[in-house]
Design a protein around this ligand. Structure first.
Ligand code: SF4
Ligand code: SF4
Length: 133
């Protein structure tokens, strides 16, 4: 897969940009967001890699990533970004698109006990708030 104008200008990218208010092409993959993300070690795909999926037109990989649900909307990534890209807003847009399509990615019973013991309480408050969208 390659980055192409077709992917960057796709209807799907426009929809994310419309919901989030962020320009997906602004990210140049420096990785500072992922380096400061408190949930990164629980994610199978790091935050900047979710953006990379979008650059490459891998829409389904981005939408099916559990990382978008593990994101705690803490905005640490956004505050670290040299491009002022608000990644937290983009994660929220991906969640909204999924919810509006009637697909849920996370149920309370899917959270394993080890994660329950390790993850900060705010992460769970954030996750359950997402169900009411
Ligand atoms: S910090 Fe900003 S520019 Fe760097 S990878 Fe993350 S979103 Fe992209
Ligand atoms: S807003 Fe989400 S992706 Fe960004 S640092 Fe916080 S948990 Fe990680």
């Amino acid at each position: 897969m390659k980055i192409s104008r077709k992917h960057i200008k796709s209807d799907f990218i426009h929809r994310i940009e419309e919901i989030s208010g962020e320009k997906i092409s602004a990210c140049y993959q420096c990785g500072k967001c992922s380096a400061g993300c408190p949930m990164a070690q629980e994610m199978e795909v790091l935050p900047h890699q979710v953006i990379r999926y979008l650059h490459l037109g891998a829409k389904d990989k981005a939408l099916k990533s559990k990382s978008i649900w593990l994101c705690a909307s803490c905005h640490s990534c956004s505050s670290r970004c040299p491009q002022s890209f608000d990644l937290a807003n983009m994660m929220e847009a991906l969640r909204l698109i999924t919810l509006r399509a009637g697909r849920l990615q996370l149920r309370p019973e899917d959270i394993d006990t080890e994660l329950l013991e390790k993850a900060p309480q705010q992460a769970f408050v954030s996750a359950f708030r997402k169900y009411s969208n």
